[in-house]
Design a protein around this ligand. Structure first.
Ligand code: FBP
Length: 306
């Protein structure tokens, strides 16, 4: 398929970047049902690492099998599948070229007490698996944040030198942030901006609430008189915080919820100019047919179909 004008425009945001990296971004933007639209809908399956297997897969035991999530992403017509090394390695040779792959190359688990991640995959691993991108989580605010920034800086330099796109999962947490602060508008925007400054091509954040956690940020927002009361406006602000919309910002799905709630949120993401969705639990924790129906709805919304 020929690269569309819209995808060319999005790729132009990365002018100065290596051709190999741009080709990898193009591969993601030109695959699946959102191909050519400038939107991405990605299936992330790292929750087994982050939350544990029972919390992740007991609701739909078929998803314990890595082949299931490959097939779900392929059948739904998604842009990519993102997962840690072992999961990708368990399916990559069975479905070569059928779905772009993103190696989620650092991971945390729920058993430790420190907000930190270990590097669990290398650029070499990503290349051997045929990945288009590598992904890293950062926890802005955590007591380990500066080491994480340095690790990601080193890993992304190597990824870019090898033609891979870089996705940063920007999840503020730890340090002075309470639970409400993690998804506060100013904090989510701050996380997205830090990810852009770290050199991410694609930035993944949670949808922001109307809460403002830092009083200095609240004063700055109040001074502008900007109305940030609706989710589309808050989404637009987060996109603006990532180089004024010149970085692809996608929004995560969160814990499993009803279809209507998920789709309403996706409508707000679309209305606010978000570049897409990265939806894990709401996809693989549903029975296959229900997951495919929900993903179809998410894709159609991002395509502006309803
Ligand atoms: P979900 O759609 O399941 O929320 O997946 C998005 C994601 O970023 C995963 O990649 C990750 O495992 C998970 O959320 C982390 O969630 P949290 O940090 O809130 O526990």
């Amino acid at each position: 398929m020929r690269v569309t004008d819209r995808v060319r425009e999005v790729l132009s945001y990365y002018d100065g970047e290596r051709p190999g990296v741009k080709a990898s971004l193009a591969r993601l933007l030109m695959h699946g049902r959102t191909a050519g639209s400038g939107k991405l809908v990605i299936l992330p399956v790292d929750q087994g690492f982050e939350h544990g297997p029972g919390r992740s897969f007991a609701a739909n035991p078929a998803a314990y099998d890595p082949r299931y999530v490959f097939e779900l992403a392929i059948e739904a017509g998604l842009s990519a599948l993102a997962a840690p090394l072992g999961l990708l390695a368990a399916g990559a040779d069975r479905y070569p070229g059928e779905i772009p792959l993103i190696l989620k190359a650092n991971n945390a688990n729920s058993l430790g007490s420190v907000q930190d991640e270990a590097i669990t995959g290398t650029v070499r691993d990503a290349l051997e698996l045929g990945c288009s991108a590598v992904g890293y989580t950062v926890y802005p605010g955590s007591d380990r944040q500066y080491e994480m920034f340095e690790e990601i800086r080193a890993a992304t330099a190597e990824a870019k030198a090898n033609g891979l796109a870089v996705i940063v999962w920007a999840y503020p947490r730890g340090g002075m942030l309470d639970k409400d602060g993690e998804t506060a508008l100013d904090v989510v925007a701050y996380g997205a901006h830090i990810a852009a400054l770290l050199g991410a091509h694609i930035i993944k954040v949670k949808p922001p609430t109307a809460h403002i956690a830092q009083k200095e940020a609240k004063a700055a927002y109040d001074a502008t008189g900007a109305d940030l009361s609706s989710l589309p406006k808050r989404i637009a602000h987060v996109v603006q915080a990532a180089f004024d919309g010149r970085r692809i910002v996608i929004f995560s799905g969160g814990p499993a919820r009803g279809d209507a709630e998920v789709l309403d949120e996706v409508r707000a993401i679309h209305a606010g100019g978000g570049f897409g969705s990265i939806v894990g639990r709401n996809a693989f924790q549903r029975p296959r047919a229900e997951a495919l129906a929900l993903l179809d709805g998410i894709i159609r919304i991002h395509l502006g179909e309803f």
